[in-house]
Ligand binder design. Structure first.
Ligand SMILES: NC(=O)c1ccc[n+]([C@@H]2O[C@H](COP(=O)([O-])OP(=O)(O)OC[C@H]3O[C@@H](n4cnc5c(N)ncnc54)[C@H](OP(=O)(O)O)[C@@H]3O)[C@@H](O)[C@H]2O)c1
Length: 363
């Protein structure tokens, strides 16, 4: 099969589009033909080793530095050491083409989404592994996954539209759920034009809460069109714009220099929720703001049990709107990531693997 193999920490030249063997199934696994695979920051972060403690810059600056001078980083993966060379790709919309012996063959042919955050130790433990970060993912014509991590989805969305969902919407719904967002709650959402942020806006609104969003000037109208009650231009002082002690929940995957003000705009007892730091992982925390206002900081990475089944139900009930900014053929992954890093887009980028030479070859 064709796949993009990431050979190690480094620039775009570590993304090799080549022939590799089709995965062999172990008991309990299924083989999917990948129909569409979303593009996420995590694939760039893993390639450039951004999760390493020696990296202090945001993703864009760190990617630029890595392009100029690549450095191997033993702790550059989100979890344990990254298993280079391997196939990245966290988002998969696929079609079941084979099941391991003893599996349910009646599922062959179904279109499914993969729950890419897998809680192998059970939902009581915060241990998780991620497809495309800890083991081979969807930047290929085929991927194998545990049968328990696939979710059939019955809707009229295109493959590319479904390919935008798992990482961005799973992460967003996990944060919205952990913050117990419901009617009457006012949420401030940063990075609202991005994959996670645009999902947060929609998922907060579907729970009947109010959302104030932050977005770049060129994308403010689009963020309004997906339901934001108010949109503030990125770069404006958020305290001047909405006032201290004005929101119940901040959902912030941007972080960086704006972090301190995010705590100031929280009401007493408010929740700051994050699963990312695209503008910079090192922030200044004024401990007085934190404890004098009885704030709670909630870190989110491992998806809770209801998150993915709920998302599938929202899609099937027509409660979400996918936002495909652009699609690229899989072999143009470097062009896709390069444009993705510019952040001129609204929503998500999706890679489409080449069609199979012989569609009847599987199963
Ligand atoms: N922990 C997890 O499991 C998990 C899962 C998914 C994502 N994440 C992380 O969450 C973050 C956001 O992900 P995403 O998929 O939503 O990203 P994205 O699609 O690239 O969107 C991020 C948005 O943040 C805004 N932004 C503000 N300051 C920025 C800066 N200095 N550099 C770049 N963008 C900036 C941009 O919007 P404007 O131009 O409109 O301001 C951009 O569109 C990333 O760091 C990602 O790695 C973590």
């Amino acid at each position: 099969m064709k796949a993009v193999v990431t050979t190690g920490n480094g620039g775009f030249d570590t993304l090799e589009y080549r022939n590799v063997p089709i995965p062999t199934l172990a008991p309990g696994e299924v083989l999917l033909q990948v129909l569409a695979a979303g593009v996420n920051n995590t694939e760039i972060n893993t390639r450039i080793g951004w999760y390493s403690s020696i990296v202090t810059a945001g993703t864009e600056d760190a990617a630029y530095t890595e392009e100029k001078k690549a450095t191997e980083k033993i702790d550059g993966g989100w979890n344990e050491e990254t298993p280079f060379p391997f196939i990245q790709g966290t988002d998969c919309c696929g079609r079941i083409v084979a099941v391991a012996p003893g599996g349910d063959e009646s599922t062959i042919g179904q279109r499914v989404l993969v729950r890419s955050c897998m809680r192998r130790s059970g939902f009581e433990s915060m241990e998780s592994v991620w497809m495309g970060s800890d083991f081979d993912g969807a930047f290929a014509q085929f991927v194998k996954v545990p049968a328990g991590e696939i979710f059939p989805v019955d809707c009229d969305w295109s493959d590319a539209e479904l390919g935008t969902i798992p990482c961005a919407y799973g992460t967003a719904e996990n944060m919205v759920q952990r913050a117990k967002v419901c009617g009457g709650v006012h949420v401030l959402a940063a990075g609202a034009s991005g994959g996670v942020g645009s999902a947060v806006v929609q998922l907060v609104k579907r729970r009947g809460a109010t959302v104030t969003a932050i977005a770049g000037k060129a994308k403010m109208e689009q963020v309004r069109s997906i339901g934001a009650d108010r949109v503030i231009e990125r770069g404006n002082d958020i305290v001047d714009s909405i006032g201290e002690n004005s929101v119940d929940v901040v959902i912030d995957n941007v972080a960086g220099p704006a972090f301190g003000n995010m705590l100031k705009v929280l009401k007493r007892g408010g929740l700051y929720v994050s699963s990312g730091a695209i503008a910079g992982p090192l922030v200044t925390l004024d401990m007085r703001t934190f404890y004098l206002k009885d704030l709670t900081l909630i870190g989110c990475t491992a998806w809770d049990e209801p998150v993915f089944p709920n998302l599938i139900a929202y899609i099937e009930r027509g409660e979400l709107r996918p936002i495909v900014a652009k699609t690229f053929p899989l072999e143009r992954i470097a062009d896709a990531q390069c444009e993705f890093l510019e952040k001129k887009h609204f929503g998500n980028f999706v890679l489409i693997p080449p069609p199979l030479d012989d569609p009847d070859a599987y199963p």
